[in-house]
Unconditional design. Structure first.
Length: 266
């Protein structure tokens, strides 16, 4: 697939071999092993996600569309893009998003994403490349929206990632982060933890033939801050009007913030 530069043409000095999906500080695996892990599970990644969430992950991703910045010709950056599911969902359904760039560390994920879009009518709007979520290779105020779905819990430096999101956004730009969380209801939380610890690693491991990868992903879900704790991190990076939207009993949460308070609904 041709790497289109579009509006990024004068903003990317050298995309090179950067990295966008990182291991969380609580994990023991090295950074190299983590991106290799995502390369290894890439053939079944989308299938496993849809099956083990019973298709609810598609609903979660669509929720971001309701919180996109208003106006026309919105430039969007999707971090830890994987095979591009979040980016594709937005471009297909949000007419105001004109061009979109997806960055990820895993080359195999990127390649699979490229194959998914190469013959689609919206292919000219999307660019997928390797890229580092904690060192985004764009100039300041390059995009109106930054999205990141189920990836921020895997970066080595969450604060640095959020600071980078802030830096590349235009003054009225918006960050939207979709991430797993834990339900507040004790019964639902207990059932969900049982699923995360015992069902998901075994079933996903059987399908993908890599149980260790999904055990790692489960561990990051349980250790990562959520709700107000994560909202505080977003505010610390400089964002205003930060809000959280729990989804499906709090199994996932959408976080939205603005670079500057521009008066539009979040």
């Amino acid at each position: 697939m041709h790497y289109k530069t579009l509006f990024f043409s004068n903003r990317i000095d050298s995309v090179g071999f950067l990295s966008g999906v990182f291991v969380n500080q609580v994990a023991e695996e090295s950074r190299e092993k983590v991106w290799k892990m995502f390369d290894q599970i890439s053939p079944k990644y989308d299938l496993v996600n849809h099956l083990l969430s019973f298709g609810i992950d598609k609903y979660w991703r669509r929720q971001l569309i309701h919180h996109l910045p208003k106006g026309e010709d919105v430039r969007l950056l999707d971090l830890a893009t994987g095979t591009g599911d979040q980016l594709i969902t937005i471009v297909k359904n949000a007419k105001q998003v004109n061009t979109a760039l997806g960055l990820d560390m895993s080359l195999e994920m990127i390649r699979r994403g490229q194959r998914k879009i190469i013959d689609k009518p919206y292919a000219h709007q999307i660019t997928l490349m390797e890229g580092d979520a904690t060192a985004i290779n764009l100039l300041e105020e390059s995009v109106e929206c930054v999205t990141m779905s189920f990836g921020i819990r895997n970066v080595t430096d969450v604060d640095k990632c959020l600071e980078e999101c802030f830096r590349v956004l235009t003054p009225c730009g918006r960050v939207m982060i979709l991430e797993f969380s834990l339900p507040r209801n004790r019964i639902i939380r207990g059932l969900h933890l049982f699923y995360l610890r015992h069902v998901l690693p075994n079933l996903a491991g059987w399908i993908s033939r890599n149980r260790k990868a999904y055990q790692y992903l489960n561990n990051t879900v349980e250790s990562f801050p959520y709700g107000e704790a994560f909202c505080d991190k977003i505010k610390k990076a400089g964002f205003y009007r930060v809000k959280s939207y729990p989804l499906t009993f709090g199994i996932a949460t959408l976080y939205v913030g603005e670079k500057l308070p521009c008066g539009t609904d979040l």
